[in-house]
Design a binder for this molecule. Structure first.
Ligand code: PRX
Length: 654
């Protein structure tokens, strides 16, 4: 796409200032932000080094800051040694052993508080259990769990012994799990019998068994948490229950002192090719940005109750549940279930009950809950809330205003945080006690983050409201280090233009007259469905793997609740299915994609034709497909189409 194509349809001028009361109590006040920015602008390496010394405990202090000798595989604090789990837990024990680290609520309503001391003991016991099963530093461990504290305990235990975890979202299918296990060559799988989600049991162990039966030869051990209580198959010699694995294990476990650059975790995410990529994060740099953003952006203070609703299967659940808030000594909420079980008041009831002060969720959830009206939030006492956040996709001003008035009662600042799996932590975001916000804008870069919008030639676009490529022009501590096992793909995906100098985020954006950033969408074939990234090629590959399908093209269509909906154009062997045959095939293909990838990737709309619209050179005309998917009138020139008749079929007119 050329930057000429990037147009903006939205101009929003409302401005909301933080209240004097909020600012008075905030960690970062206007002068603090100015000072941080000044320091970062003058010497950004020195700036990050100072934060790293201030906010983390080092076993061996670093003397190097940024190492760019193997750019763009940058290293930070490379000769230092530390341990992430030590920094999240042990360093607080002297002052906060009895403080609640995690408040857990299960979907059925069970509530459980875990103190920092208890978390320490549980993490150590589980780390010792991992060691007893032969897991050592550098081994990959896949975690496929419900949203329960044991998921965080497993992640922290891996960090403690230097094992590299890869959390696979519990909504992913057996096939997706298998591919991720095999790509990482994981030696252990940690799962549960089942989790509670949406009023049903998600049969995780059953899916795990399916994955393992299809060939995951590297897996030596499976640990299974008893959560839902249903019967599961346990394979002798390979599978053990969590409670048996930890029984008798010591409640202390000396952390492995890790080099700063040791990989902390892999997290698979979609890109523009069919194969998900294992984004690899380092230890110290990742944790540093996780800590400072929890302090600066979420203003996390000692008496706060921080609820980030993201599942640990996504990056948000890593940085703002499992690691960042704990490293900052905070109290977090973990919720196993869905926001509408038993009704659309569940989130608000939990805010009241647990006196949540900071609430961070996705626009898709806000839109979904907004649809149920104001009476649900208005039935609960939300006065504990002082700060709100959003992440994952652009928030439409209408949803922003609802969040601001009905949830935030016009007194809570909203931090609209732009970032990615690859950036590790917030990049563009308001600082809540300082930045005036505009509905729909993620505002400005954090101190130490060099963000720009550039044209095709890599030149900064200074003209207001002109779209371009969003880039980060200097390395930062929590940036991804590589794609697991594929250094070239990392370079080609993120540093393909501008002489390899800038990190290409894959989003288009514009800056307004005040320099505020507005994200306009993706420039690659990635969809954003309910705040989750899905590669169109990944869904196309799944579709063509079905025996009835010859060819498929997948595009996004704007969707009121989900942001984008998945629309698939499919060519089948033999006659084009119509009528009942088409309905049957749609059902079959939806289930098929659900099995291949997971329910989130099921196409919302599947259309059949005798062929796909292609140019004479054989390229699928995706832009035309997007117009058809959106039900808009076709204004572009279709005269170069090789097979114009299919357009009417895809529109459902023939
Ligand atoms: O397109 C941007 C969108 O989500 C993408 C990153 O997806 P993922 O790696 O799954 O991480 C999501 C959670 C950090 C980005 O490239 N995105 C994320 N946050 C925002 C956003 N778009 C607009 N505004 C945001 N606040």
């Amino acid at each position: 796409m050329s930057t000429e194509d990037i147009k903006s349809g939205l101009i929003e001028n409302r401005l909301f200032q933080p209240s004097a009361e909020f600012t008075a109590k905030a960690r970062i006040k206007p002068d603090d932000l100015k000072a941080l920015q000044k320091q970062a602008d003058e010497d950004y390496e020195g700036f990050w080094a100072e934060q790293a010394r201030k906010y983390m405990d080092w076993h061996k202090p670093f003397t190097q800051i940024l190492d760019d000798s193997n750019a763009p595989h940058f290293k930070w604090f490379a000769d230092g040694e530390m341990n992430v789990s030590y920094n999240c837990i042990d360093r607080h024990l002297a002052s906060k052993a009895d403080k609640t680290a995690i408040i857990f609520e299960g979907e059925p309503g069970d509530v459980h508080h875990i103190s920092y001391q208890q978390l320490h003991d549980d993490v150590c016991q589980f780390a010792n259990a991992l060691k007893a099963k032969g897991v050592t530093k550098g081994d990959r461990v896949v975690i496929y769990m419900p949203m329960v504290p044991e998921a965080v305990i497993a992640m922290q235990a891996c960090a403690r012994i230097g094992a590299i975890h890869s959390v696979v979202f519990g909504g992913f299918s057996a096939d997706s799990l298998r591919d991720r296990i095999n790509d990482a060559r994981a030696v252990m799988l940690i799962t549960a019998d089942g989790g509670n989600r949406g009023g049903k049991i998600v049969a995780l162990k059953e899916a795990a068994d399916k994955a393992l039966d299809k060939g995951c030869d590297t897996i030596e051990n499976v640990i299974v948490l008893k959560r839902s209580g249903q019967d599961v198959h346990m394979q002798e010699g390979r599978d053990s229950w969590w409670h048996d694995a930890v029984a008798g294990q010591n409640k202390s476990c000396t952390p492995e002192w890790m080099n700063s650059e040791h990989p902390l975790f892999l997290l698979y995410t979609s890109g523009s090719t069919g194969k998900p990529k294992g984004i690899q994060h380092a230890s110290a740099g990742y944790l540093l940005n996780a800590i400072v953003t929890n302090l600066w952006v979420f203003d996390l203070q000692d008496d706060d109750i921080f609820w980030c609703t993201a599942d640990v299967g996504w990056i948000t659940g890593h940085t703002y549940v499992a690691y960042g808030p704990l490293a900052a000594g905070g109290t977090i909420i973990m919720f196993e279930g869905a926001p509408v079980i038993p009704d659309a008041g569940r989130f608000w009831k939990m805010v009241e009950q647990h006196k949540v002060t900071i609430f961070y969720t996705a626009p898709t959830a806000i839109r979904a809950l907004m649809k149920y009206g104001d009476s649900f939030p208005n039935s609960y006492d939300l006065s504990s809330l002082r700060l709100l956040g959003t992440v994952g996709e652009p928030i439409n001003p209408e949803a922003w205003m609802w969040y601001h008035t009905v949830i935030g009662k016009e007194i809570c600042p909203i931090v609209d945080t732009w970032w990615q799996t690859e950036t590790g932590a917030n990049v563009l975001t308001p600082i809540p006690g300082v930045t005036a916000t505009k509905p729909g804008s993620c505002t400005l870069p954090l101190p130490g983050m060099a963000v720009d919008i550039v044209n095709e030639d890599g030149e900064s676009i200074t003209e207001p409201n002109k779209g371009g490529y969003l880039v980060i022009t200097k390395p930062w501590p929590s940036m991804a280090r590589t794609i697991w096992g594929d250094d070239n793909r990392y370079v080609e995906t993120y540093f393909p233009k501008f002489g390899g100098k800038y990190y290409l985020a894959g989003d288009s954006a514009r800056r307004d007259e005040d320099g505020y950033f507005w994200i306009m969408g993706r420039i690659d074939d990635v969809l954003n469905v309910s705040g989750h990234r899905l590669g169109t090629m990944e869904i196309e590959s799944a579709l063509v793997a079905h025996e009835a399908v010859v060819e498929a093209a997948v595009v996004g269509r704007p969707h009121e609740l989900k942001g984008e909906a998945v629309v698939a154009f499919v060519i089948c062997h033999g006659d084009r299915p119509v009528g009942e045959a088409a309905d049957k095939m749609v059902k079959e293909l939806r289930n098929w994609v659900g099995e291949q990838i997971g329910a989130i990737a099921k196409p919302d709309d599947i259309r059949f034709a005798d062929g796909l619209p292609k140019t004479r050179s054989g390229k699928i005309m995706r832009r035309l497909l997007r117009t058809i998917a959106a039900g808009e009138e076709i204004t572009s020139d279709t005269s170069t189409l090789e097979n114009p008749a299919v357009v009417a079929q895809l529109q459902g007119k023939a």
